[in-house]
Design a protein around this ligand. Structure first.
Ligand code: LMR
Length: 410
């Protein structure tokens, strides 16, 4: 019966994570999948989450169904985190939000919805983008195109080309954007650049789809949502997906949200209704436990402050590791490396950096040193700590040195 089914070649990120877990070497370092490890190399259980868990354990509430759109309190608190407590769009009732199965679930439901109501629209993603963006959107039947983003020569943003490409898109084209901590490059638009892009999106009647998976890991919880809030204030109609996997360290609980910012409260209500219809035909209703945990944290001022401080600590640790790696590389490659060549490490934001390593160099790092990066050269800097950073820096230095020698020979 199932003989005709082709084997799954595996997912570039998940398969590498499995290979890492199966690697017996004690010195192995996981800088591949987007997981935040703390300074003791553990995936943390945040103190705010631990306390919420203890409170919920005492209450022993039933495991009932959530409404199709998710838990009301969770959705409201999520909206405040994403759009800001004083958001005009929220007080106007112009935002329709559903609880989603992680950020990926939000992208998939959003794509499904857009495919239904804008059947002729393609989705434009940055070049490069997160591998799974392609898979999720293709799964919903959307045509995927890309706009210029990353300049490999200078390890920076091709902003003018990006703008020119977007300026030529037809009305109702969907433009996937990341407001902070761009995955995979770590390169974000500046506020001045957003201020150029937002009116263009509006003028061209494009549909911005803002994907925010790392809120709080760039410059701050409020700061990282700046572009979303600027877009809402400018009166655009757009879509937002957000994830709490990283900033709550609740990866497996699959907690996120999908929000549509509409022109009016009645339009938002209609959108919400059709989002519910979309969810009901896909997976009926979202899971309960993670949403309860997050609502308990965000709904209690003490725990919310605790959480915000913990996000601050994670952010600071990532920044510190970026600086340390840069410093170590410069020390080890004193003669060979110009500071400008590793400036990207501290200029980029969030969990990821594009190192510019080739797939062959990444393979070498993994096979010889047990240092795992994605084959695109993406490094998850949130996997670095004081105990592994010297090994990583020395391994990277070897690869860069070998590259330099090959270039000299050629
Ligand atoms: C990543 O990009 O590594 C993360 O977002 C995890 C994933 O699901 O791919």
């Amino acid at each position: 019966m199932f003989k005709h089914i082709p084997p799954y070649p595996g997912d570039p990120i998940m398969s590498l994570f499995e290979a890492f877990q199966a690697d017996p070497r004690a010195s192995k370092v996981n800088l591949s999948i987007g997981l935040y490890y703390d300074s003791s190399n553990s995936i943390p259980v945040l103190d705010s989450v631990r306390r919420a868990k203890a409170m919920l354990a005492n209450e022993d509430r039933p495991h009932t169904y959530l409404p199709i759109e998710g838990m009301a309190q969770y959705r409201q608190l999520l909206q405040e985190i994403v759009f800001g407590k004083d958001s005009q769009a929220l007080s106007d009732g112009r935002v329709a939000t559903i609880q989603s199965v992680g950020g990926s679930g939000a992208l998939r439901v959003g794509a499904e919805f857009l495919k239904t109501y804008f059947p002729g629209s393609a989705i434009w993603v940055s070049d490069p983008t997160w591998d799974n963006h392609q898979v999720l959107f293709a799964g919903a039947g959307l045509e995927i195109r890309s706009y210029p983003y990353y300049d490999a020569l200078t390890n920076s943003l091709k902003f003018e080309q990006m703008l020119a490409c977007i300026a030529a898109l037809p009305a109702h084209a969907i433009v996937l954007l990341q407001p902070c901590c761009h995955n995979p490059t770590g390169i974000d638009l500046s506020r001045e650049q957003w201020q150029q892009l937002i009116p263009l999106l509006q003028r061209r009647q494009l549909i911005p789809f803002m994907d925010m998976a790392y809120q709080g890991f760039g410059d701050g919880i409020e700061e990282d949502a700046w572009a979303i809030r600027a877009m809402a204030d400018a009166g655009l109609s757009f879509v937002v997906s957000n994830s709490f996997s990283k900033n709550f360290s609740l990866y497996g609980e699959r907690c996120g949200g999908l929000s549509f910012v509409a022109a009016s409260a009645s339009e938002a209500a209609t959108v919400l209704g059709q989002l519910k219809a979309t969810v009901r035909r896909m997976y009926s209703s979202p899971p309960l436990h993670g949403a309860r945990l997050i609502s308990t944290v965000l709904g209690s001022p003490g725990l919310a402050a605790n959480w915000s401080a913990e996000v601050g600590q994670m952010r600071a640790r990532i920044k510190h590791m970026r600086g340390r790696l840069q410093q170590l590389l410069l020390q080890q490659l004193l003669q060979q490396l110009q500071p400008a060549e590793v400036a990207y490490l501290t200029a980029q934001r969030g969990m990821f950096s594009y190192t510019g390593l080739t797939p062959a160099e990444v393979d070498l790092l993994r096979e010889q040193q047990g240092v795992y990066l994605l084959r695109s050269g993406r490094m998850c800097v949130a996997g670095l700590n004081d105990a592994n950073i010297e090994h990583v820096a020395a391994s990277l230095a070897d690869v860069l040195l070998a590259r330099g020698q090959q270039r000299a020979l050629a």
